[in-house]
Design a protein around this ligand. Structure first.
Ligand code: COA
Length: 175
């Protein structure tokens, strides 16, 4: 199975915030944003895997700035690393006010997807080739994030999380 470049999975989605997307304060509802993010990230994951994928997990998402009615939400997604059957996708979310010409970053998040076969069983995915400095950094750090989310999901014992242990030890020895 041929490895693919991170850039090949790049996906951008734009959505205009309409009245039906907002809460009573006229701000975009968090759930609607998470839904759009899931779709955009799934498309990036499918591009990389050339296969159907399911959402395995969503890392903690903080909403740093509210997005207003009439603004355009831009979601940019790219695969950061592929494991065996799963891929990690990072997203950056921006709010644009087109008449004013402003673009502000709203939040970022990591979603994990698993490629499945017709029986719903996890299936091997192509490895990822990071090219830019940022892609390489995200690729290297992905191991720690994976261990953390698998611990939280009860799928990895904390004592087996070698990447996190090495990371913590680095700080202990520096101190
Ligand atoms: C995701 C799913 C395919 C994993 O299946 P599973 O039988 O638990 O598989 P395994 O434990 O063997 O793990 C398979 C892969 O999923 C990953 N995975 C499982 N749970 C995970 C979690 N909570 N977070 C991140 N990755 C996870 C594993 O790390 C593994 O990745 P790898 O092959 O790259 O090492 C399965 O749980 C599923 O179908 N879930 C429902 C998906 C869905 O419907 N999503 C929409 C949300 S409603």
């Amino acid at each position: 199975m041929e490895a693919k470049k991170a850039s090949e999975s790049y996906t951008e989605m734009n959505e205009l915030v309409l009245p039906n997307d907002t809460n009573t304060f006229g701000n975009l509802m968090g759930g609607r944003l998470l839904y759009w993010m899931d779709i955009c990230a799934a498309m990036a994951a499918q591009k990389h895997c050339s296969n159907v994928v399911v959402t395995a997990s969503v890392d903690n998402v903080s909403f740093k700035r509210s997005i207003k009615l009439g603004e355009v939400v831009t979601i940019q997604a790219k695969v950061t690393r592929a494991f065996n059957s799963s891929v990690e996708v990072r997203m950056e979310i921006f709010a644009q006010h087109l008449p004013q010409g402003t673009k502000v970053k709203s939040n970022e998040a990591y979603y994990t997807f698993v490629a499945i076969d017709p029986d719903g069983k996890p299936k091997t995915v192509p490895q990822l080739i990071p090219e830019t400095e940022e892609e390489k950094k995200l690729y290297n750090e992905a191991l720690k994030r994976r261990e953390l989310r698998l611990i939280l999901a009860g799928k990895l014992k904390p004592e087996d999380a070698t990447e996190i242990k090495n990371f913590v030890n680095l700080f202990i020895h520096k101190g």
